[in-house]
Design a protein around this ligand. Structure first.
Ligand SMILES: [Zn+2]
Length: 246
């Protein structure tokens, strides 16, 4: 399915849920097989493909970052969760309690894994706490928003790193172009940044950005809507440049 104009995130989540329930069929019984790297890698790879779609991510996004952005618990932790439920029920815990405890453990392990992860520094900086992000009730991650969440997208430093660009400079000013430069400091987007701050009622920074945007639906629309506009307009400018260069 295409990243732009494809099915919405809601539909993707439903389909991912179907694939998950197939993978997780009787997982509590075979969870031990996850100790074998070959088996573990296979299920993780399968889930990774879905996560990248749900997150509308560029391919090189790490599996860890993709699961956080998609707000989906990594598959190996879901398998462990099933096994833990089974263990608890077998030792006399009631099903409801077992599910709550196993889910809590899965979330804690996921958060710890994210904190210990050495890469995806930008995503970790803006989403240090997975729950605040994953538990939001509203807010679809589009292809444009995913670029701003990962830093993998139309930013000079990224395009240079993947060999698509010769230099790292900004299209609009003389600074090095990074995701932080584009969203939070480039003069070209001051008006849209003012819209973000007006919605938020304060200056939006990388540190408070996600917390503010996930407060209410209005905050999401105002703040993420501006980010989406920035990324859309920038992409149009890039395409124009490319055509002129040809
Ligand atoms: Zn700039």
């Amino acid at each position: 399915m295409p990243n732009i104009g494809g099915p919405g995130q809601k539909k993707m989540m439903v389909m991912a849920g179907v694939v998950d329930s197939i993978i997780l069929y009787a997982a509590s019984v075979w969870a031990g097989a996850m100790k074998v790297k070959l088996h573990r890698d296979r299920v993780i790879r399968t889930q990774r493909r879905m996560l990248l779609r749900i997150a509308h991510a560029y391919r090189p996004v790490s599996t860890n970052a993709a699961s956080v952005i998609a707000g989906v618990i990594p598959i190996d932790l879901k398998i462990e969760e099933r096994a833990m439920i089974r263990r608890l029920v077998q030792t006399g815990t009631n099903m409801k309690e077992a599910k709550v405890r196993a889910r809590g453990t899965a979330h804690d392990t996921w958060q710890q894994r994210w904190q210990n992860y050495g890469r995806s520094a930008w995503t970790k900086r803006i989403i240090p706490n997975i729950r605040i992000w994953a538990d939001r009730s509203k807010g679809e991650v589009t292809y444009q928003i995913c670029q701003a969440l990962t830093g993998h997208g139309n930013f000079g430093s990224y395009l240079k790193r993947i060999g698509k660009w010769e230099q790292v400079g900004c299209l609009y000013c003389d600074r090095v172009d990074t995701v932080e430069h584009t969203v939070f400091s480039c003069g070209r987007w001051e008006a849209l940044r003012a819209e973000m701050s007006e919605t938020a009622g304060q200056e939006v920074t990388p540190e408070n950005w996600i917390g503010l945007a996930t407060r209410t639906e209005r905050d999401w629309r105002g703040i993420m809507g501006a980010v989406e506009k920035i990324m859309t307009l920038k992409e149009q400018d890039l395409r124009r440049r490319e055509r002129e260069a040809e």
